[in-house]
Every structure is written in structure tokens, then in C-alpha cells.
Write a protein that binds this ligand. Structure first.
Ligand SMILES: [Fe+2]
Length: 243
């Protein structure tokens, strides 16, 4: 994918970022994993304006040897996304929701990508895991990896974890959504220990709120969940070439 310069955001767009950042930060400081909190500090995320992605990309390169790539893709079928992960490239959607839909956007935007995902990416173990996720995902055809998409959804986007016996949000989708994080902590949502069997039975949809979410013991268990999935869904052997 040819890279292009990062967009310059307008003061009005920076203002939407600021409103969302200032509203979400107290909630994230209280209920978010320290992985996110440490990462946000390492990247120097600030409420005042949408990050300078060229500089942020340099910072990620120093920390974990990943780079950011500007994209128009807002909701792909996963192929471009997984191919980029496999190359240690994180696609950044350079669009921010408008002021009237601050509470919910069905499409990932810059607040989701930058506020939700990037702090996690400052940690090498996490960043290495996402690369491996991409490398494994592209070994499968799209219709063979549907439940791998669910694994992504319920761990990387909407997972919980324990820290010192306290439940903490681990998913980027929870970290970047005021309403989803609030709701995910109420009785409207069943929070159950991760098991591959349980989550494979759930049909995920990005456009509705979730009734069941999964708690991972630790980042180790998140990393191991990909191996669990691969044991149940081994990639098909490459067909030998006949001469
Ligand atoms: Fe995401």
C-alpha cells in the first residue's frame, strides 16, 4: 500500500477530539488496564489536539518498530487490515466522527484508532502479538477465519482482564467508547471467563451492543487464545505443486 502524508485536522476536529478525550479519560483511568495508561504516557497523547501522526509513527518505530499508515479504509473485510498488521503497520483512519454523533460511531474513527488502540501498541509484547495475529489470519480465506474475527473482537476490542483482583477493560473498543465502557460494567452485560468454546458460539456484530463479554486472566491468556484458535482451526496444508 502506497503511503500518503497524514492529514492536517481543523480546529473544529481538534475540538471534537478534546471533548471526547476529556470525557473518556476519567473513566479510563478508573476502569482501564495499566497497559493502556502506561502506553498513553509513553506516546504522549494529549487532549488538546488530534495527535501528529507523523511524529507518533516515529515514536512507535523507536519503541516497537511499527509504523502508522494513513488510510481511507473505515471498515474493511479484514484483509487489508491483517496484511498491514503482518508488516507491522497500523492503519489509521483519518476521519473523526462529527459533533452530533460523539456517543456512538459504527465506523472506527481516529478517536477509536488513536485513543483506543495506539496506547496498547507502545508495548512490544502486545505489538508483536498483533503482528502474529495478522500473519496467521492471512493464511486463511475470509470465510475460514470468521471466528478468528470474533476472537479479535472479544479480546482486542472488547476484552476485560484482572489486575490485582480488580476488573479492568482491556479492549480498544471499550477504551474509546464512553457508552460501551459504562454499559459493559453494568448488569446488562454478562462478563464471563474467556473460553474458546463459549466465544465460538457467539455471533458477533459490530453494530450492536454486546450481551456477553470475556475476561482474560492476563495478556498471556490473550496471546495464548490465538494458539487455542489455531489448534481448533489448523491452516490447511499448502497444496504441493506438481511439476
Ligand atoms: Fe479497533
Amino acid at each position: 500500500m502506497a503511503s500518503r502524508p497524514f492529514k492536517q485536522f481543523s480546529p473544529a476536529e481538534d475540538e471534537i477530539w478534546r471533548i471526547m478525550y476529556e470525557r473518556q479519560l476519567p473513566q479510563v483511568e478508573r476502569h482501564g488496564t495499566r497497559l493502556w495508561l502506561d502506553g498513553a504516557q509513553m506516546l504522549g497523547l494529549q487532549p488538546e489536539r488530534i495527535p501528529d501522526f507523523a511524529r507518533l509513527s516515529e515514536r512507535l518505530q523507536e519503541l516497537v518498530d511499527w509504523k502508522l499508515v494513513s488510510t481511507d479504509i473505515q471498515y474493511s473485510d479484514g484483509q487489508d487490515w491483517f496484511e498491514a498488521l503482518a508488516r507491522r503497520e497500523f492503519l489509521v483512519t483519518e476521519y473523526i466522527r462529527d459533533r452530533d454523533s460523539i456517543d456512538y460511531t459504527p465506523l472506527p474513527d481516529i478517536f477509536h484508532d488513536a485513543f483506543g488502540h495506539l496506547p496498547f501498541m507502545a508495548h512490544r509484547r502486545y505489538a508483536d502479538y498483533l503482528q502474529r495475529f495478522g500473519q496467521e489470519a492471512i493464511k486463511f480465506k475470509k470465510d475460514e477465519r470468521r471466528s478468528l474475527g470474533s476472537l479479535w473482537w472479544y479480546s482486542i476490542e472488547f476484552g476485560f482482564t484482572w489486575e490485582d483482583g480488580v476488573l479492568k477493560a482491556l479492549g480498544a473498543g471499550l477504551m474509546s467508547s464512553y457508552g460501551e465502557l459504562q454499559r459493559a460494567l453494568t448488569d446488562e452485560v454478562q462478563r464471563v471467563p474467556y473460553s474458546l468454546d463459549a466465544f465460538e458460539r457467539i455471533d458477533p456484530s459490530p453494530h450492536r451492543m454486546h450481551g456477553t463479554l470475556f475476561i482474560f486472566e492476563s495478556l498471556d491468556q490473550v496471546v495464548a487464545s490465538l494458539d487455542d484458535w489455531l489448534r481448533v482451526h489448523p491452516p490447511r496444508e499448502a497444496v504441493p505443486q506438481t511439476i
